[in-house]
Design a protein around this ligand. Structure first.
Ligand SMILES: Nc1ncnc2c1ncn2[C@@H]1O[C@H](COP(=O)(O)OP(=O)(O)OP(=O)(O)O)[C@@H](O)[C@H]1O
Length: 492
């Protein structure tokens, strides 16, 4: 099969599947030329099994339809791209040390240092110490200095960011499953694990959960967590100290490298170059990498193509904003951790009103807990209303029936008056039902009020609409995606 037939097949799949599924499962597949068969390479076993269970039949069908010669229909085969051996297998049996971070003495044998073939100009320049001053220092001294500086700056893992304290829901199920597989099988399950999604949705939490679990299994493991800006700063420092080899050695000696918010590598060419080589060395050495980003790798502007494509070699998973049930479960869990009594009704009330992300949800809960302590009152709905007065007033102003109707009409390219009309054709009836369901979810209006706002309909019509949309969100990927997009448009 030619590249172009596969591209055609991809474009069908892209239309058929929600983007998250397409990006996670289909996009990483690579076509390998073979005679009479179509060999698709999956980056790892997990992707291969998943694609095989859920998408292979459809891929086969499409390939047969698209193929020029219908008689010799090629068979589609899925294989795993060859993966490196896990570095953890080699280090797991080493004696435990008191620290999870290497010292100059206990540094594990470094992965081969690949010198950059070309040396682009340094653009992430810093000016606090002239290079010449450091050139005079003996190499060992510089190495210790760089090691010390890096170790000093490196962030510690947060001990409370564990799998136990992470509440699972539909929005993060896949990411959590992938993270726990990485924790069980570092360097082998998926490398790198790439978590992406909006702010405050739990990417850092999951990343730390893997790190904490690795340290629990092997206290001697060198698990390094840092923000991408730290990597850039360390590199600049190393260049100033004329100790870039020590920098390379340090980062390549880790058992697991966790880098947060890699979108900050954007337009930092020298850092990308350095990271590219670190990445290759770690991958070759079977050392685990986990990366987070606020968007899908291919959408990061100012990032080299070769890095983008390498990020897809492991598993790329989205973390979505949590749905209501998960928001409520998170609130109950956080209250339990804080040893505070929170009824389900109260959690539901907050969860319905705070929808953007988990960090905001936590902030609101903290405010409510503080008010309850301050006023010495139990957490009930009147107390919540009082302590969140400003936020609720602002929300009422922002999300109302009017702007829900306008947003939905715009989204489906229909008129607001269609939503009010009695027209029953699918092209307006479905958007109308969605708009009603969103009104129920996002505003404090009662069913009769919503019915009234949609051309004087009965409250049972609104009830039917909300039930129908709930059902469709389970069974119809397009409706699920539309609903999430609309929530996002209306609440952020
Ligand atoms: N599913 C969850 N269960 C429990 N706590 C969660 C969950 N998701 C997020 N949190 C909490 O929400 C807060 C924000 O999460 P985190 O810092 O991991 O977000 P993030 O996706 O990395 O955001 P950013 O991109 O802004 O760094 C943290 O305190 C985290 O513990």
């Amino acid at each position: 099969m030619s590249e172009s037939t596969w591209a055609q097949c991809l474009s069908y799949l892209q239309d058929e599947l929600p983007s998250q599924q397409y990006n996670t499962w289909i996009r990483p597949l690579r076509l390998q030329a073979a005679e009479g068969v179509i060999c698709l390479e999956a980056p790892n076993r997990f992707v291969r099994d998943w694609v095989s269970d859920r998408f292979l039949a459809r891929i086969q069908e499409l390939v047969s339809e698209i193929s020029v010669d219908p008689v010799s229909r090629p068979e589609v085969r899925l294989e795993i791209a060859s993966t490196p051996k896990s570095h953890f297998e080699a280090t797991l049996n080493q004696p435990a040390a008191n620290t999870a971070v290497a010292t100059a003495d206990n540094i594990a044998p470094a992965a081969p240092i690949i010198e950059s073939p070309s040396f682009p100009p340094i653009i992430e320049r810093s000016t606090d110490r002239p290079v010449a001053e450091n050139m005079a220092k003996p190499v060992n001294e510089r190495a210790v200095e760089v090691e010390g500086a890096i170790r000093h700056q490196q962030s510690a893992l947060l001990p409370n960011y564990t799998f136990d304290s992470f509440v699972e829901g539909k929005s993060n199920q896949l990411a959590r499953a992938a993270a726990s597989q990485v924790a069980e099988n570092p360097g082998r399950a998926y490398n790198p694990l790439f978590l992406y999604g909006g702010v405050g949705l739990g990417k850092t939490h999951l990343m730390h959960a893997v790190g904490n679990s690795l340290l629990q299994q092997n206290p001697n493991a060198k698990v390094v967590y840092l923000h991408s800006e730290r990597f850039v700063a360390d590199m600049v420092k190393a260049l100033q100290l004329n100790a870039i080899n020590e920098f390379k050695r340090y980062y390549r000696s880790v058992d697991a490298l966790l880098i947060d918010d890699i979108q900050f590598f954007s337009n930092k060419e020298r850092s990308q170059e350095e990271f590219f080589h670190t990445f290759n060395a770690l991958l070759e050495g079977g050392q685990q990498m986990i990366l987070t980003c606020d968007r899908y790798p291919k959408e990061i502007k100012g990032l080299e193509e070769r890095l983008k494509s390498r990020f897809g070699w492991g598993l790329t998973v989205a973390v979505e904003p949590p749905e209501l049930e998960t928001r409520v479960a998170i609130l109950l869990k956080k209250a339990e951790l804080e040893k505070v009594k929170l009824s389900e009704d109260a959690a539901f009330f907050i969860g319905q009103r705070v929808r953007s992300n988990v960090r905001e949800l936590e902030g609101v809960l903290k405010r409510v807990i503080a008010s309850s302590r301050f006023m010495n009152r139990p957490i009930d709905i009147p107390l919540i209303k009082e302590s969140l007065k400003d936020l609720l007033a602002l929300q009422d102003k922002l999300v109302n029936l009017d702007n829900i109707q306008r947003t939905v009409a715009e989204y489906y390219k229909i008129k607001v008056s269609d939503l009010m009309s009695k027209r029953r054709s699918r092209s307006v009836a479905r958007p109308r039902q969605l708009a009603m369901a969103l009104s129920k979810e996002l505003t404090n209006h009662s069913l009769p009020e919503i019915g009234e706002g949609f051309g004087g309909r009965d409250h049972t019509t609104v009830l039917h609409a909300t039930r129908k949309i709930k059902e469709l969100r389970e069974s119809d990927a397009d409706i699920r995606e539309d609903y999430q997009n609309l929530i996002r448009l209306l609440t952020t």
